[in-house]
Design a protein around this ligand. Structure first.
Ligand code: FE2
Length: 276
């Protein structure tokens, strides 16, 4: 019997370009690497701001099993009524009474798995609860329930906050991956059985500013003020990136990243095991 779990993790999916890259590529890689479960961040999946019910269904049909969120979780308010029935998370340290949940539980191949969505504080204009205390409480309660496979999406601007969370949880969780910056980092490694990467990076348009057309942000940057709404890039070069984790007995043994720009698959990057 296969005792290993293969988990795919995808960062921020930005707009139609991001959704299309996931729809085109995920089924192929899922089959190629025997992926059992896929987690993706979908807070920018609909026009760059929020997640509509229609687009959530599109992503679930492409092979994603749970969608996490962040500061844009509630940009499309229609999603609120589906958060109790669909596997859609928002950060667990949102203020009390915020709809939805920050933790998702499931069982795959008879193994319990918990996905936690958390959010850092730097540059985030939301009155959040302390993310480290919230994570600590959650890990203690999951451990009491003997759930050993725990994966955290830490949605934050600052890599230092992601490192603090990893140092707090290392050895007690299976993986912590960063989202929100939309820029993939190459620091993937495993330590004490826990996987870490500062940011997976976006799926979407590659030519502008973090998946958005550059004209409005450039104008605002050059003039100090400006009009216009940020628009998702619709034409140009697109990127798909995903990390695949191999888990056994609550530990991550192996991990690698695949990256594809348009139709070209780049060399994969292996996570360095700091114990070896
Ligand atoms: Fe974000």
């Amino acid at each position: 019997m296969d005792t290993k779990l293969h988990i795919g993790i995808i960062g921020d999916i930005v707009g139609r370009a991001g959704r299309d890259m996931v729809i085109e590529n995920l089924p192929y890689y899922k089959e190629k690497y025997n992926i059992d479960f896929v987690i993706a961040n979908g807070e920018n999946a609909s026009g760059g701001f929020g997640l509509s019910k229609k687009n959530a269904n599109e992503l679930f049909s492409s092979g994603i099993d749970v969608i996490s969120g962040g500061n844009h979780s509630f940009d499309k308010l229609e999603i609120i009524e589906f958060m109790d029935t669909m596997p859609i998370l928002r950060p667990l340290n949102f203020p009390q009474n915020t709809p939805g949940s920050g933790i998702y539980y499931t069982k795959i191949k008879n193994k319990e798995l918990a996905i936690i969505n958390a959010m850092g504080h730097y540059g985030i204009n939301i009155n959040l609860d302390n993310v480290y205390h919230k994570l600590e409480e959650s890990i203690i309660s999951l451990q009491k329930k003997n759930i050993s496979n725990i994966i955290v999406d830490f949605h934050a601007e600052a890599s230092s906050e992601k490192r603090i969370a990893f140092c707090l949880l290392r050895g007690r969780i299976t993986a912590l991956f960063g989202t929100h910056t939309h820029i993939g980092s190459d620091d993937l490694h495993i330590q004490n059985g826990s996987f870490y990467v500062s940011d997976i990076g976006l799926c979407g348009g590659y030519d502008g500013v973090i998946g958005m057309d550059y004209k409005v942000p450039l104008n605002k940057a050059m003039q100090g003020y400006g009009k216009g709404r940020f628009e998702v890039l619709e034409n140009g070069n697109n990127i798909f990136q995903m990390i695949i984790l191999e888990l056994e007995n609550g530990r991550c043994n192996n991990a690698f990243k695949i990256k594809k720009i348009n139709d070209v698959e780049l060399d994969s990057i292996n996570a360095f095991n700091l114990e070896s």
